[in-house]
Ligand binder design. Structure first.
Ligand code: SF4
Ligand code: FES
Length: 255
């Protein structure tokens, strides 16, 4: 037998454009299934708004499987909501109680300006990645995978760092709006693997420089990022980023 449906109030940030001041609007929901996902609850709200001739709530989403990183929003003041290691799209309404008021806001950061309602512009993350978060392949085919033996521990740590989905929750949760956990995950993932070595120093320097230029804050060890990260990326990666950056700053010579 399915669990009884719930009555809830959702208080949603509505902002028609980047120039609009924005405000919270409350909506009563009478028939929310605990088995619904959070985004399905918003889908139903939007269907009702459309039926009434009102503007639906704009929110980003794509995979709805915790992979693409687009669905981030603040839920009751927590990035991606109250369940640890869970993206908004994988959050279920059973995490809330009948009678709750759920406050839903976009990420709040100067580097992620609001486009509309819950949708923010995360181009700044793309710009950090373009500064160095890649491995250049300048000639020939990709190497045969087994030609490069990788120690198991390094492979595991690189895989853990590679789990970052670029959602921006680390920035949203940080009191300084710092993207250090994101940058650290991207730098670590490649610094730990042989394929990442040729551009290792340049990568660390350029990605940190891009982060500074794009208006993000810096890390002062609050660790809110690790708590909010839906992929549970460890702040140990930030220590590794600091070592990578200092080593590169001391020895990198541009060619
Ligand atoms: S480190 Fe975590 S919170 Fe930050 S962008 Fe990556 S997945 Fe999202
Ligand atoms: S919609 Fe892709 S991670 Fe949530």
């Amino acid at each position: 037998m399915s669990a009884p449906s719930m009555k809830l109030t959702v208080k949603v940030w509505r902002q028609s454009s980047p120039a609009d001041k924005g405000k919270f609007v409350s909506y009563e929901r009478d028939d929310v299934s605990p088995d619904q996902s959070f985004l399905e609850m918003l889908d139903e709200l939007n269907l009702d708004l459309i039926k009434k001739g009102e503007e639906p709530v704009a929110f980003d989403n794509d995979c709805r499987e915790g992979i693409c990183g687009t669905c981030g929003m603040m839920i009751n003041g927590m990035a991606h909501g109250p369940v640890k290691g869970t993206t908004t799209c994988q959050l279920h309404m059973r995490s809330f109680n009948a009678g709750d008021t759920i406050v839903i806001e976009p990420w709040r950061s100067k580097a992620f300006p609001v486009i509309k309602d819950l949708v923010v512009d995360r181009t700044a993350y793309d710009q950090i990645l373009m500064a160095g978060g890649f491995v250049s392949i300048n000639t020939g085919n990709a190497q045969e995978a087994n030609a490069l033996p990788i120690a198991k521990e390094a492979a595991e740590l690189a895989m853990d760092a590679a789990a970052c989905i670029g959602c921006g929750a680390c920035v949203a949760a940080c009191p300084n709006a710092s993207p250090m956990l994101f940058v650290a995950a991207k730098v670590s993932q490649l610094a730990l693997l042989p394929q990442g070595q040729p551009e290792r120093k340049r990568r660390a320097l350029h990605m940190v420089q891009a982060m500074d230029e794009l208006g993000f804050g810096n890390c002062t060890n609050h660790s809110e990022c690790e708590s909010a990260c839906p992929k549970e990326i460890s702040v140990n990666n930030i220590s590794r980023l600091n070592r990578e950056y200092m080593g590169a700053a001391a020895s990198y010579k541009p060619v």
